[in-house]
Design a protein around this ligand. Structure first.
Ligand code: SF4
Ligand code: SF4
Length: 352
C-alpha cells in the first residue's frame, strides 16, 4: 500500500517543509473569519479550523479564480505583453502551489470549476494555476457543522480532484492516501514526516471509513431535482424567497461552484496600452443580465432569485451531469436574510 502515516503533531512540520518548496495556501483567520491564505510557516496556520467543525468562509476557488485578477496586459506595439499578469510572483517564478486542508466538499467544488474552465473551454489563466497546484484534503468523518449537507449533494467522498487525502484514524494519527503522482511524490519527499503504515493502522482506517459512512445522512431526496426545479418555474416559491432576499450576492461569492465574472479593459490615455481584468460577478445583481439598449433579461427579483437555482440544479446537471452545489452550507451561514438553500429545494421538492 502506498499510503503512509503522519502523526497529528507533525502536521506543522509538514506545512513548514512544504513552505520551503511550494507556495502553501492553508486555513487561517482574517479578522476572526476563517479563510484560506498564503502562509510562510506553520505558525500562521489555524489547525483548529480543520478539526473543529469550521469551514473557511471563502473556498479554494479564490486560488484558481481570484475575486479580482488581471488576466493580461497589452500594448499597441507589442501585443499581449504579460499573460496571467496578476498571478503572484511565486507562481510566475514557477513555484508550485499546495492547498493544505481542503475539505472533501471543496475538492468536489474545485472539480466543478475544472469541468467549466478546462473541459468546457480552455481558460489559460485558470489552468496556469490549476496545473501547478497540489491539493491535500482533510477528510470529514461527520457533517462538519449544522449547515453542511454535502452527503445530500454526493460531495462528501470525492474520488478524484485531490492529490492526498488525510483521514484521522485516531486522535494522534492520520493516514495519508495519495491519489496522484504529485501526491505520491510528496509522501516520498518527506520520509521523516510520513512513516510506514502498520496492519493496525489499516484496520483503524477501515473503521474510520465505516464511521464516516454511518455518520453522513441525506437530508432530502435529490433524484429528479432538475425536473422539480424546472416544473416550479411559475411557482410562488420564488417570489416568497425573493421578497426576503437582499440581493447582496454574498451567497454567490462564498459558493465553491459559482464562477461568474465580469470583464473590463482599462486603457491608457494615449490608447496605446491597457490591461484586461476579470472580477467576480453575481447573477443576483440587477445589472448582471443588463445588455445594450437597456434591456434586462432578468428584471424582476423573482427572475433573479430563480435563475441561480435554474443554473445550479437544471442547467449544469443537464449539460455536465453534476449539480452546481456541493452542500457546503456557506451560502446559508453568510446570508444576512437567513435564506437556506435547503428550504428552497425542499419546497421545490414538495417535502416542506
Ligand atoms: S446571501 Fe442571502 S440575501 Fe444575499 S443574495 Fe444570497 S440569498 Fe439573497
Ligand atoms: S449553493 Fe450554497 S451550499 Fe451549495 S455549494 Fe454553493 S455555497 Fe455551498
Amino acid at each position: 500500500m502506498l499510503s503512509k502515516i503522519i502523526s497529528r503533531q507533525d502536521l506543522p512540520k509538514l506545512v513548514d517543509a512544504l513552505a520551503k518548496d511550494y507556495l502553501v495556501i492553508a486555513p487561517t483567520y482574517e479578522k476572526n473569519v476563517p479563510t484560506f491564505s498564503e502562509v510562510e510557516s506553520s505558525s500562521e496556520v489555524e489547525f483548529d479550523i480543520l478539526f473543529n467543525e469550521k469551514l473557511p468562509m471563502l473556498p479554494p476557488k479564490k486560488v484558481f479564480l481570484p475575486p479580482k485578477q488581471t488576466i493580461f496586459r497589452y500594448s499597441l506595439t507589442k501585443g499581449v505583453t504579460d499573460s496571467c499578469a496578476d498571478i503572484s510572483d511565486a507562481v510566475s517564478h514557477n513555484k508550485n502551489i499546495v492547498i493544505f486542508g481542503a475539505s472533501p466538499c471543496d475538492v468536489t467544488g474545485v472539480g466543478v470549476l475544472k469541468r467549466i474552465f478546462k473541459d468546457n473551454y480552455s481558460d489559460d489563466v485558470f489552468l496556469h494555476v490549476y496545473n501547478k497546484t497540489t491539493i491535500i484534503s482533510v477528510n470529514c468523518l461527520d457533517h462538519c457543522y449544522e449547515n453542511c449537507f454535502c452527503e445530500t449533494m454526493s460531495a462528501n467522498d470525492p474520488k478524484s480532484g485531490f492529490d492526498i487525502m488525510l483521514t484521522e484514524i485516531s486522535k494522534s494519527k492520520l493516514i495519508a492516501v495519495p491519489n496522484s503522482d504529485k501526491g505520491k511524490q510528496i509522501l516520498r519527499n518527506y520520509p521523516e514526516i510520513f512513516t510506514k503504515i502498520t496492519e493496525e493502522d489499516s484496520v483503524a482506517y477501515s473503521d474510520a471509513l465505516k464511521l464516516k459512512n454511518k455518520n453522513f445522512k441525506t437530508e432530502f431526496p435529490v433524484e429528479g431535482l432538475a425536473s422539480h426545479v424546472e416544473d416550479s418555474f411559475e411557482s410562488k416559491i420564488w417570489e416568497e424567497f425573493a421578497q426576503k432576499c437582499l440581493f447582496c450576492g454574498s451567497c454567490t461569492f462564498v459558493c465553491p461552484t459559482c464562477y461568474c465574472y465580469s470583464v473590463k479593459d482599462t486603457v491608457s490615455v494615449d490608447l496605446k496600452d491597457g490591461e484586461r481584468q476579470r472580477e467576480w460577478d453575481s447573477c443576483y445583481f440587477p445589472e448582471f443580465a443588463l445588455v445594450a439598449g437597456n434591456h434586462n433579461f432578468r428584471e424582476t427579483k423573482e427572475q433573479r432569485f430563480r435563475y441561480r437555482y435554474l443554473h445550479k440544479f437544471v442547467d449544469l446537471p443537464r449539460r455536465y451531469n453534476f449539480e452546481g452545489c456541493v452542500g457546503c452550507g456557506r451560502c446559508v451561514t453568510y446570508c444576512p436574510a437567513n435564506i437556506d438553500v435547503r428550504d428552497v429545494l425542499k419546497k421545490v421538492r414538495g417535502v416542506m
